[in-house]
Ligand binder design. Structure first.
Ligand code: ASP
Length: 343
């Protein structure tokens, strides 16, 4: 029998780590040292589990690149002496964090599984136990002594997804996430079924992990709506230091053909701001030039976001600008899939 996998569980905050104080009814942070006592099932897993946490665990609505940097630093420190990582995270911004980490960790060769829950771990009907136990099991899954999953994933309610393909779709249901443009990587049912064909293709020779910690925050997201005025568009584009605007367009990447609209975008692009066309639809892809209403966007050099999620687009933009990708290369690099985030 091979070596027992060693998994590091990193608590960042969120509902999953809460217990209800039945005296006051309030939610309070869970003592992770006592985890095994509360979930004795963990003792049956064939892996060694260690745990650590962010210095100050947060509700994930407070997430920002400073915490991402702390998170990747923890992973970097423990990368060589662990076989996999489970990140316990609030569900609200989990898709953003999973996307961010997928870009920040280049040449990743081990599983990083994000999970959380809709109900606190101490709640009678909690979804936390199943999510946590299966996430740990997936992180520990190996073949020939190597981890099966070697990418940043999100596990929630019986499904494992590529993290940078996910989006939070429901604030109440246990099935809180979806991956509209990419199939699941694994499903938990009677057995744990891994869909090998959907996993990221790994390079033959594994390269050393490269950790990118600089995420540039000079990015913005603007969702189009009928009636949006010139003043709004203009003022967003005049944001000091703005480098990238993610423009959430209609359907297959369509936008108004008004002259003021196209001229404003064109001027901004000429002044060095990168504008990315992503669809505001829950699923499907931008197809630049398919309709007259997107042909002109293509002509003025809007970047084609294809089927990327807004969460992945904004974090990819932060990563590329942070890494110092030149203005001349930005469009080409953005339109290339780096971590399986677009087709
Ligand atoms: N507001 C919480 C958070 O995102 C919700 C959750 O944990 O799912 O941290």
């Amino acid at each position: 029998m091979g070596k027992i996998p060693s998994i590091l569980m990193i608590y960042t905050g969120g509902t999953i780590g809460m217990v209800k104080d039945y005296g006051t009814g309030a939610l309070k942070a869970f003592d992770f040292e006592g985890l095994l006592k509360h979930i004795p099932e963990l003792g049956q897993l064939t892996c060694n589990i260690k745990n650590t946490s962010l210095t100050d665990p947060i509700d994930s609505s407070n997430m920002n690149p400073v915490y991402w940097e702390e998170l990747v630093s923890i992973i970097e420190t423990h990368y060589h002496d662990h076989d996999g990582f489970v990140v316990l995270h609030g569900s609200d911004t989990m898709s953003y964090s999973a996307s961010a980490l997928s870009f920040m960790l280049e040449n990743l060769n081990k599983p990083i599984i994000f999970t959380g829950s809709q109900l606190p771990i101490g709640d009678l009907r909690t979804d936390a136990k199943e999510n946590l136990i299966t996430a740990l099991q997936i992180a520990a899954a190996q073949e020939h002594g190597n981890p099966i999953i070697r990418e940043v994933c999100l596990y929630f309610e019986y499904k494992l997804y590529r993290g940078n393909r996910t989006t939070k779709i429901n604030a109440e249901h246990f099935e809180a996430f979806n991956s509209p443009n990419y199939p699941s990587l694994a499903e938990s049912g009677f057995n744990l079924k891994i869909h090998h064909a959907n996993l990221l293709v790994r390079p033959k020779k594994s390269k050393a992990l490269v950790v990118h910690k600089k995420m540039d925050q000079n990015v913005a997201i603007l969702k189009l709506f009928p009636g949006m005025g010139a003043v709004l568009l203009d003022s967003i584009l005049r944001t000091p230091q703005l480098k990238v605007l993610i423009l959430e367009t209609y359907g297959a990447g369509n936008a108004p053909t008004d002259e003021w609209f196209l001229n404003t975008l064109e001027q901004a692009i000429k002044s060095g701001i990168h504008i990315i066309n992503v669809t505001q639809c829950a699923g499907g892809s931008v197809v630049m030039g398919h309709y007259e209403t997107s042909k002109q966007l293509s002509q003025i050099q809007l970047i084609d976001g294809k089927d990327i999620t807004t969460e992945a687009a904004v974090t990819k933009a932060m990563y590329l600008v942070g890494s110092g990708v030149s203005d001349a290369l930005f469009k080409t690099v953005f339109e290339t899939s780096l971590r399986g985030e677009m087709h």
